[in-house]
Structures are given as C-alpha cells and as structure tokens.
Design a protein around this ligand. Sequence first.
Ligand SMILES: NC(=O)c1ccc[n+]([C@@H]2O[C@H](COP(=O)([O-])OP(=O)(O)OC[C@H]3O[C@@H](n4cnc5c(N)ncnc54)[C@H](O)[C@@H]3O)[C@@H](O)[C@H]2O)c1
Length: 285
Amino acid sequence: MNEFEGRVAVVTGAASGIGLALAERFAKEGMRVALADVEATPLERAAQRLADRGADVVSVLTDVSRPEQVQALADRTLEAFGAVHVVCNNAGVFSSGRLWDAPLDDYEWLMGVNVYGVVHGIRTFVPILLEQGEAGHVVNTASMAAVTSMPWTGIYFMTKHAVLSLSETLYHELTQQGAKIGVSVVCPEVIATAIDRSDRNRPDEFQLGATEAADETRKLVNEGLSAGVQSGVPPARIADRTLEAIRANRFYVLAEDAWRRSCDTRLEDIRLARNPTFAPPVEEN
Ligand SMILES: NC(=O)c1ccc[n+]([C@@H]2O[C@H](COP(=O)([O-])OP(=O)(O)OC[C@H]3O[C@@H](n4cnc5c(N)ncnc54)[C@H](O)[C@@H]3O)[C@@H](O)[C@H]2O)c1
C-alpha cells in the first residue's frame, strides 16, 4: 500500500506511546484516523491534539478484549469515514512474575488484551478490508518478546509469541487468497512509553492481592522496565519504521539493537535442537 492521503487508519491503544505515535504519523500522511483506547481522558486529549493540527479524527472508547466493543469501533469508523485501509492492533499491557507465582488473573488479563485484542481486530476488520477490495494493511504490534523467552516475564512473552504466529498465519492466508491486503508485525525493542504503568488499566476483576503486589520478582522486573523505558527508543521512531514497512509491504518490523542477537540465539537453539540459552539483550561495546 503506498497511497495514504485521504485513506483511513484505525489504531488501538492510540492514547499513549506507540499507538499515539502511529496515529500522529498517519495523520501527517494526510490519513483520517480512528483512535481507540480504553482510557477515556488520555484518548480525548490525543484526539484533540491531532485535530488541533488539522487532522480528521474520531475517538472511540474501546476495550479491545471485548469483541462487541471492537465491532462498535469498526461501525463508528465506517460511519465517520466510509472505509478502513490500515488497521493497527496495537493495544497491549505488561505484567511480570514467575509462571507459578503469577495469579491466573494475570494470564487472563494479558491474554484478553494482547492476544484476544488482536484476534478481535482480525475477525472484525479483515472481512471489511476484503469486502472493500481496495489496498489495505494490517499491523499487529508484537515485540521482540515474540522471538525470545526470558524468566519472570513469561506471560507477556507468551502473548507476544501468539501475536507473531497469528500475524504470520494471516499473512499466508491473505497471500493465498490473492488479497490486496498486506500484513506487518511490529517487534520493537524497549520504547519510551507508559508500558511500565500498565497496571493503570488493570480491570477491577483482575486487581492484584497484597501478596502478589509485594512479590519480589515482580518488583525487580518492574523497576528494570521503568529504568529501560526512561532511556527507551522514541515511539516516533517505531511509527516511522511501521510506515516504511507498510509502504514496502515488509512483514517483519524488528528491533535495531541487541534484541536481534537474543532472537538469533533463540532461533539457533531451535535449529540445533540444543537447550535454551539465556541470552538477554546486552549491548556490545
Ligand atoms: N514500550 C515498549 O518497550 C514495547 C516494546 C515492545 C512492544 N510493545 C508493545 O507496544 C504496544 C503499545 O504499548 P506502549 O509501549 O505504547 O504502551 P502504553 O502503555 O504507552 O500504550 C498502550 C495503550 O494501550 C491502551 N490499552 C490498555 N489496555 C487496553 C484495552 N483493554 N483496550 C484498549 N486499549 C488498551 C492503554 O490505555 C495505552 O494507551 C503494546 O502492544 C506493547 O506490548 C511495547
């Protein structure tokens, strides 16, 4: 897809971080943008910011883990703009802790947003894109967590593996069908966003108990993540990378740092059928 002016983009998780940067980048190309997020005030602020710069936007309060809300997002987008061309299934949340210590609530929350959010996005929007028959593109935000495994962050990594697999399958299925719909999976390194404050969106039914909140591994990982995002790559860089990928019909949009070596090590482990290497992303001097 290389015509952007006047086309329509839908972005979930658009009130903050990578989603907001994507929405801004699309608006800069002259696209009309539907911004979706579960957080009402930041969502309104984001939509206002884009509108103040002359962009044609709508904002739709959406919990991507709920299929009927994703359907309502599609309905509102079509009502406002009459079509959809780029769909970014981007909303995501993070939690940490050992696999056997983490409460089932963490599994359910992350599966709901990170995996089912993408599933609902695909099931809702791909039929619309196919029906339109115009050039389109689906962008799923995974992570380098999709191509490696690390201790204490297993639930998040598991969900991102699922997003990568869903995206690869979507690519094969659309290609086999000869559809004019590209697919990209975005696998960023650590980005300067509010992902370390994901708990702000933790639903009431998944609130942590006192023991879980005091869990030492959880605290350690969260401190590390907060330090990481403070010096993380600007989200605008990911938005640029993503736009280039849509234009070039490039599927994998990967990190540009030491995470690539962690990924290579993991793939080599599998190729050689050797036991998993612990290969955290350490920059070489
Ligand atoms: N920041 C990083 O280092 C990093 C690295 C790799 C991948 N990612 C992925 O990037 C994506 C965007 O995250 P970010 O880093 O910009 O974080 P962020 O917290 O800044 O933005 C995420 C947005 O998603 C929204 N959201 C949360 N739950 C939602 C729900 N149920 N329905 C709709 N919206 C919801 C939040 O309100 C927020 O606006 C996520 O999928 C994340 O896993 C982030």
